[in-house]
Design a protein around this ligand. Sequence first.
Ligand code: IPM
Ligand code: MG
Length: 359
Amino acid sequence: MSKKIVLLPGDGIGPEIMAEAVKVLQVVDKRFKLNLSYETGLIGGCAIDEHGVPLASSTLARCQQADAVLMGSVGGPKWDALDSSIRPEKGLLKIRYEMGLFANLRPAILYPQLADASSLKPELVAGLDILIVRELTGGIYFGEPRGIRLLENGERQGYNTYVYAEHEIERIGRTAFEMAMKRDKRVCSVDKANVLEATVLWREVMQSLASEYPEVTLSHMYVDNAAMQLVRAPKQFDVIVTGNMFGDILSDTAAMLTGSIGMLPSASLNKDGKGLYEPVHGSAPDIAGQGIANPLATILSAAMMLRYSLNEAAAAQAIEDAVGKVLDQGLRSADIYSEGMTKVSTQEMGDAVVAALTV
Ligand code: IPM
Ligand code: MG
């Protein structure tokens, strides 16, 4: 039986980078006999244009029935002025929530070939390999009540609610501990337990989980300190586990440490291991349609998809090795270009990965 993948290219550079990822998937499909089949759907601004909403329920239903979803990126200035209830980002939040994708894995890996791309000194980041495990379907992003209300004095007040139930903390905690078991066996749980009760509970639950994973060392850090430590001495971290909003912020910081957000994939998994895979970077509307975007984060997201949702580790590894090879060859898209390297287009980069896979 074929494995069904729903492709959601999205907006901006999304369609361009998706085309390259599909090209790469088709090659590994043949080589590893994966028997993949594809459907394409709309999410984000393009879905608003077509259906009036950023994620149609028919698209969501197809994603729920698929084995995995590969997404490009959503959003752009064209839709910025829309009411917040139908902005492109809402489509992304909806698919995360409705598919129960609570575990967001965001690796921040510095490729040795790109050590100079970081804004930090090379010795601080050489060999960097952090995994941020971000809770993705709870916390202040989804907490109720929320809104903007009118106070008695006629002034408006905006409000959101930071909530975490024990089971939500426990399941993301388990993901982090299990990931750590396959890595350097260190988990740093990031909270704001000196101020927020929701994260006092977060810390307690993480502590109680630790006894089930005696090989893993658990530490705790307040989010402000974690932000500072990430730019001071990032290599101290192995796995970072944190809530939705802190994870949003820290994962961008961690991505920047590598100097090339255009290289970073991500996975969002539910309890059954089904997932949505997407590059960490956004839709880059300023360069959309120019054929200069870096497709590697999407190609590496496809590799994560093979590894985590389709159980095809060898195919995933082959893609990752091929990406390493094209970097070794000195090929660079504009975002990671430095002097002496060969600047390539989106399509040329995809072709180079395909070529590296076929030798
Ligand atoms: C991310 C993005 C999203 C988030 C936006 C687009 C809703 O910043 O995936 O990190 O805040 O989760
Ligand atoms: Mg973000």
